[in-house]
Design a protein around this ligand. Structure first.
Ligand SMILES: Cc1cc2nc3c(=O)[nH]c(=O)nc-3n(C[C@H](O)[C@H](O)[C@H](O)COP(=O)(O)OP(=O)(O)OC[C@H]3O[C@@H](n4cnc5c(N)ncnc54)[C@H](O)[C@@H]3O)c2cc1C
Length: 395
């Protein structure tokens, strides 16, 4: 089915407007046989089935209570600009965070710069350095698709586990807003490309009750994660739309629809890698066990984009692992909407549908560095979404 066709089938507002228009033109049988009127919003069913699972991956988000580390440190003869610790926002903030790191790295006039790491932050740092006129070598233990960034969900989530509320000072808010706006603007230039590295989808927050949220319950003594989007970049967030039971095809549930950017990470990462190589970038596979080992790198200025790896490399215990597991199933190109339901996220990535337990709040997986795939967790995620489309679930 062509893109226009599938968009028309799925688009709630579009479909509602279309049916409304037909009604206004006097399509009489819709008026008289009330029970046969299909709900305005028809969501193409997801083939959510555990036998379609092709891969289960686990990775750890590099969370820091005080937010990403972006300071400059001298180690022996090297100047190291840190660019790590972006929690669940690494892809979303990458262009903005890396632009700050690049500015710092090039401030002393050096034009031969090393980037340590080849994930979201390393690749965007390397590309921005090239665009600013630097010659760049990436040194990394692993390359995509074997980096943690390649195991992310792939949504625009710029304040996901970015810091604890108590550390969201006015200075931090200003920095975060700068990173988020710069990233958002850059992502708009990556829409509409072949293989769709970046696209907008609709995400439906589905609930059995009228109101729901992922906040900690009142009285929970644990620190709150900062929520920055509504206050600081509210103008970039499209208005959400509500669908009451009966107005959609998911039974007696409440839906809230939000357009959201999605990153098709296989195509997107390949594009970043080829752009870097096409601009003369070099890559060397190398692993550093201590900061002092970076002395062997030719360049004098380095951007450290080692993500969770910085915890061991820089002995930085402030990097806390937040485990997340994705179950991928066979791609279904006709799907272009996501779902969040009962603590499970479904994302219609072009490189494989993603099903993930996200839990009741952002403490799910907190301080858990286990990288072992859990098949039962994967099946629970798939079956929860399947429940929305089963005959019983649609009632
Ligand atoms: C389940 C899950 C879902 C997520 N979903 C999203 C999302 O939807 N949107 C979003 O914006 N973010 C998301 N994130 C967060 C995002 O994935 C991370 O913030 C981001 O990947 C961090 O990127 P990075 O480049 O800092 O680190 P990495 O991707 O870990 O890259 C680090 C690089 O450094 C190299 N390296 C590390 N240590 C060394 C060493 N000692 N020597 C040499 N090289 C080294 C590695 O080999 C690698 O190349 C998610 C994370 C998880 C776990």
């Amino acid at each position: 089915m062509g893109k226009l066709g599938r968009r028309q089938l799925l688009a709630g507002a579009g479909a509602a407007a279309l049916l409304g228009a037909l009604d206004a033109c006097g399509v009489g049988s819709f008026q008289t046989k009330r029970q046969s009127i299909p709900p305005a919003l028809q969501l193409v069913p997801v083939r959510a089935s555990t036998d379609r699972i092709t891969r289960i991956t686990v990775c750890t988000r590099p969370f820091r209570a005080a937010g990403p580390r972006l300071d400059v440190e001298r180690v022996g003869s090297k100047l190291i600009v840190h660019n790590y610790g972006h929690g669940g926002s690494g892809w979303s903030l990458s262009w903005g965070s890396s632009s700050i790191a690049v500015q710092k790295a090039m401030a002393n006039g050096d034009r031969d710069i090393a980037v340590i790491g080849c994930g979201a932050l390393g690749l965007t740092s390397a590309l921005l350095l090239q665009r600013a006129g630097a010659r760049v070598t990436i040194y990394a233990k692993e390359l995509p698709p074997n980096v943690r960034s390649s195991q992310a969900t792939g949504l625009w989530t710029p304040d996901s586990r970015i810091c604890f509320e108590q550390y969201a000072t006015p200075e931090f808010r200003q920095l975060w807003e700068r990173m988020a706006r710069r990233s958002f603007a850059t992502y708009q230039t990556l829409l509409g490309l072949p293989a769709e590295p970046v696209e907008f989808i609709d995400v439906y927050f589905v609930s059995d009750r009228a109101s729901t949220g992922r906040r900690l319950p009142p009285g929970d003594p644990r620190p709150r994660f900062a929520e920055l989007q509504p206050e600081l970049i509210g103008d970039l967030i499209p208005r959400s739309e509500e669908f009451a039971p009966g107005s959609h095809s998911l039974g007696a549930r409440y839906l809230r629809r939000n357009p959201l950017m999605m990153f098709n990470l296989t195509a997107y990462t390949r594009m970043l890698m080829s752009d870097f190589l096409a601009a003369g970038g070099r890559i060397e596979i190398d692993e550093f066990h201590t900061p002092a080992e970076m002395a062997r790198v030719r360049e004098k200025t380095l951007i450290n984009a080692t993500g969770y790896g910085a915890r061991a490399l820089f002995d930085d215990a402030s990097v806390i692992p937040v485990r997340g597991q994705l179950a991928r199933t066979i791609p279904e190109p006709q799907l272009n909407y996501g779902l969040i339901y009962k603590g499970v996220a479904f994302v219609p990535r072009r490189d494989g549908l993603v099903f993930q337990i996200i839990g009741e709040n952002d403490y799910y997986g907190f301080n858990d560095e286990s990288a072992v795939p859990d098949r039962a967790e994967a099946e629970l995620a798939v079956n929860t979404i399947a429940g929305l489309f089963s005959p019983a679930g649609r009632r």
